[in-house]
Ligand binder design. Structure first.
Ligand code: GTP
Ligand code: MG
Length: 357
């Protein structure tokens, strides 16, 4: 990126852009000199633009990676129970004596060596937030439908989310142990909602499970692996990481903690990062059993410690060269957020004049 390109894209004069570049402490001799992506983002934000970083993996060596799976479905249809049951089948969980720390995501390793990464519910909000920011981390949606209750409003909502995001669905008909279970009815309902089930010649796999009885889980995992295989999921492993926040929380002892999923590249402990509008230096990376690890590659959920503030689900994790740069970018993003917020508030005021007095 050069100042000239930035001027073309923003419509702001080269002179003004050069001044901003100088203000953020960068030296450029001419508008043709390359500026770093961080500086470009800062300058663009300064003149009122939202920046989305596009990462090109062109020319990079790609390796097969695990699928990232989100469980969705109607209230009480058993999303949490199903995730808990799946979590217990995880090899890592068995090794840790069944105790996994509660990250917003976990990995299920299969005896074949393949693995699946599950995002915890509540998935809807994070899923939408990420999609809105162009951060599509979910590869496959497991649509949970209770066999006794059938298709309900949020089943359709979830179906729609997946459709709009162009994410394939695998259906898990849950609670098949219940006396009132009628999986056939669920199939017919889903079919009439336009879901092309494999039993009816389509390509959407359907698996009958019971989260409580822990039955059908291996078949569900197989269905997901098959779906992943068909998608031929690959990612760049080497180089700077691109990652997304799935969940963030404040720990009284350890400060802000962000669960993130690496999309491509490798995240390293010690790196300076900007996460959404927050910044920090990675003090520790932990895996799903709480073990400190030095690095994390694609589709691996990790907990990042060392941020100064609490990011939001869907925020991107950007690796930068120095603390100074991290601080600067974070400040720039905060200012931009505040500007947008004020702008939106004033627009809303203009649209609905206060007539209460
Ligand atoms: P929300 O997070 O509130 O939307 O619900 P959820 O979809 O996570 O459902 P949850 O796992 O909390 O399960 C709801 C109820 O259904 C609980 O009482 C579970 O014990 C029960 N349940 C879940 N799975 C099964 C199942 O396979 N069989 C039976 N019989 N009950 C189940
Ligand atoms: Mg739940």
């Amino acid at each position: 990126m050069t100042i000239l390109e930035l001027a073309k894209q923003t419509g702001v004069t080269i002179g003004s852009l050069q001044e901003i570049v100088l203000n953020v402490g960068e030296k450029v001799d001419s508008e043709f000199d390359p500026i770093s992506i961080d500086v470009a983002e800062l300058v663009a934000m300064e003149v009122g633009f939202n920046v989305r970083r596009l990462h090109s993996d062109e020319g990079a060596q790609l390796k097969t990676r695990p699928a990232v799976v989100t469980v969705m479905g109607h209230v009480d249809h058993g999303k949490t129970s199903l995730l808990d049951a799946l979590r217990q089948t995880s090899v890592a969980a068995k090794e840790a004596g069944g105790i996994t720390q509660h990250l917003g995501a976990f990995v299920v390793g299969m005896s074949s060596g393949a693995s699946l990464t599950f995002l915890d519910t509540p998935g809807h909000a994070a899923f939408s937030a990420m999609r809105a920011r162009g951060a599509a981390v979910t590869d496959i949606v497991v649509l949970v439908v209770a066999a006794d209750d059938g298709v309900m409003p949020q089943t359709l909502e979830a179906m729609n989310h997946a459709k709009v995001a162009n994410v394939p669905i695998v259906v898990a008909i849950n609670k098949c142990d219940k006396p009132g279970a009628d999986p056939e009815r669920v199939r017919i309902q889903l079919g009439s909602e336009g879901l092309l089930l494999e039993d009816l010649g389509g390509d959407v796999q359907v698996v009958e499970v019971s989260a409580i009885k822990k039955s059908g889980l291996d078949r569900l995992e197989e269905a997901l692996l098959l779906q992943a295989e068909m998608m031929d999921l690959k990612a760049r492993v080497d180089g700077t990481a691109q990652a997304y926040v799935v969940e963030a929380r404040l720990d009284r002892g350890r400060g802000p903690l962000a669960t993130a999923i690496v999309k491509s590249g490798t995240l390293l402990s010690g790196q300076h990062i900007v996460v959404g509008a927050e910044w920090g230096r990675i003090r520790a990376i932990r895996n799903m059993v709480g073990k400190v690890i030095e690095s994390a590659g694609p589709a691996i959920p990790v907990e990042i410690e060392g941020l100064k503030g609490l990011p939001m689900a869907g925020d991107d994790v950007v690796v930068v060269d120095s603390e100074e740069r991290a601080r600067m970018l974070s400040n720039g993003r905060k200012k931009k957020l505040e500007k947008d917020r004020l702008h939106k508030a004033s627009e809303e005021r203009a649209e609905s004049p206060d007539t209460s007095e």
